[in-house]
Write a protein that binds this ligand. Structure first.
Ligand code: MN
Length: 257
């Protein structure tokens, strides 16, 4: 099995190292990852400047590629250029922080897995759902190995990836695994206006931490209940339930002039 590992926390992030070390036992692992933290970059790609991929040495002495591009760029670089052999699986992570609910909209980690799915390679995103410092990635790494082995036997449907969130707990404290739908995490969207030393206004996006919406069957609930959540995510963002009602507004009858 050949696995491309990437992330959005940067090539030297601990979560990537722990993941790579675990996957080394079952696969040939290639690392192509951003040369700097790229969290919350979404699915942006680099079209208007050169993409670089420099060989770097990781903490375990192995070689990796560090790119000035985004996580999605790294997947393209790996699958379409740098790695000669066919890749069986893309694993993005292990992210430092949750990728639950609406986090997926912003996530570089999940977007990298989406890029893998677009290119037609089975892909998973994996995160430890805590932003605390010094978190332990070993449980998530062990789980990633077993999931990678399963995905070697069971093909994911076309255009579908798996988004995995692991609670920041010891293995003995995790209650199990739940296949869950994407829930909701609401960012309050606060904008703080400040003044720089030159007297000019600037803005800081952020404010309060996101609010979890607790609904049965969601990734948000599963992780809150100390389960690992796995959400199959499809690239098709169509809201099928709304097609008929929106059509009923007469939009298709608007005269084009
Ligand atoms: Mn990140």
């Amino acid at each position: 099995m050949k696995i491309l590992v990437t992330n959005d926390d940067g090539v030297h992030a601990e979560g990537l190292m722990v993941l790579k070390t675990a996957l080394d036992k079952v696969a040939e692992v290639f690392v192509v990852a951003p040369d700097r933290p790229r969290s919350a970059c979404g699915h942006s790609i680099t079209l208007h400047k050169p993409l670089r991929a420099e060989r770097v040495v990781l903490k375990d002495g192995s070689h990796a590629y560090a790119s000035n591009g985004t996580p999605s760029d790294c997947v393209s670089l790996g699958l379409l250029g740098i790695i000669d052999d066919p890749v069986d699986l893309v694993v993005s992570g292990i992210n430092h922080g949750p990728n639950l609910g609406w986090d997926l909209t912003y996530s570089g980690t999940v977007s990298a897995a989406m890029e893998g799915a677009i290119i037609g390679v089975s892909s998973i995103a994996i995160s430890v759902a805590s932003l605390a410092s010094g978190i332990d990635y070993s449980v998530a790494a062990h789980f990633a190995v077993d999931l990678a082995t399963l995905l070697n036997e069971h093909k994911l449907p076309e255009s579908t990836l798996l988004n995995v969130n692991v609670p920041p707990l010891a293995a003995s404290e995790i209650k199990g695994v739940k296949i869950a739908r994407q829930g909701k995490r609401r960012y309050t969207g606060q904008l703080e206006k400040r003044t720089d030393p030159m007297g000019r206004d600037y803005y800081w996006l952020g404010g309060d931490p996101p609010t979890d919406v607790f609904e049965e069957g969601t990734d948000v609930n599963a992780v809150a209940d100390d389960y690992i959540s796995i959400t199959p995510v499809h690239l098709d963002l169509t809201d099928y339930a709304s097609i008929d009602s929106v059509r009923g507004w007469g939009i298709e009858k608007i005269a084009i002039c």
